[in-house]
Design a protein. Structure first.
Length: 179
C-alpha cells in the first residue's frame, strides 16, 4: 500500500506526515486521514466515518452513553480521552503557554484559539456565505445553518438539533437538571 514504510524497530511510519504506529493496520487506518476515505456509516444520521472506533464514539453522541466517570466529581464522559482532559480541572495544571502574552491554558485547543486573538487569522471560510472561521470544524458546524441538517436526535422525545451542545442542553429538561 502506498504510504506504508516499516522501520527497523518494527514501527510503521506515514510517508505523508511522518506519524508512527506500532502496527501496520493502525497506519492503514491512519492513511484515511490523508485520503478522506470514510467507509463506515452511522445508521442514525448517515455520517461517514473512517474507522470502527470513530463510529463507536460517534454513536455515543446519539445514545447519550457516558461510560467514563470522574472519581473526583462524578461527571461522566462518552470518551476516555475527554475524562483524561477533564482531570486537568481538578489538578489545576496548565501545560500550554502563549508565546505572545504568556497566558497559560489547560488545553492546547484553547491555546490555539487564543493565538488567533493576536493574529486575527480566520483561515476557513463558508463556501455559501463566505463567513470566516478560526477552525475548519466550525465551518462544518456552520454549514448546518444552510443545509438545515439536524443530526442530533433526542432519544426520549425525538426532537432534533443542529449542534450536539443543543441536544445536551435539551437532555437536561428530561433529567430535571439545569443546563
Amino acid at each position: 500500500m502506498q504510504g506504508l514504510e516499516a522501520h527497523s524497530n518494527r514501527r510503521f511510519s506515514c510517508k505523508v506526515c511522518s506519524k508512527h504506529f506500532p502496527q501496520s493496520s493502525q497506519l492503514k487506518s491512519h492513511m484515511r486521514v490523508h485520503t478522506a476515505e470514510r467507509p463506515l456509516s452511522c445508521e442514525v444520521c448517515k455520517k461517514q466515518l473512517s474507522s470502527s472506533s470513530n463510529l463507536k464514539k460517534h454513536v455515543r453522541m446519539h445514545t447519550g452513553e457516558r461510560a467514563f466517570s470522574c472519581n473526583e466529581c462524578g461527571k461522566k464522559f462518552a470518551q476516555s480521552g475527554n475524562l483524561k482532559t477533564h482531570m486537568l480541572v481538578h489538578t489545576g495544571e496548565r501545560r500550554y503557554s502563549c508565546e505572545v502574552c504568556n497566558k497559560q491554558f489547560r488545553y492546547s485547543s484553547v491555546l490555539k484559539k487564543h493565538v488567533c486573538t493576536h493574529t486575527g487569522e480566520r483561515a476557513f471560510s463558508c463556501k455559501v456565505c463566505s463567513k470566516l472561521f478560526i477552525q475548519s470544524c466550525h465551518v462544518k458546524s456552520h454549514m448546518r445553518v444552510h443545509t438545515g441538517e439536524r443530526s442530533f436526535c433526542c432519544e426520549v422525545c425525538g426532537m432534533k438539533f443542529r449542534q450536539f451542545r443543543q441536544l445536551k442542553t435539551h437532555m437536561c429538561t428530561h433529567m430535571g437538571e439545569l443546563p
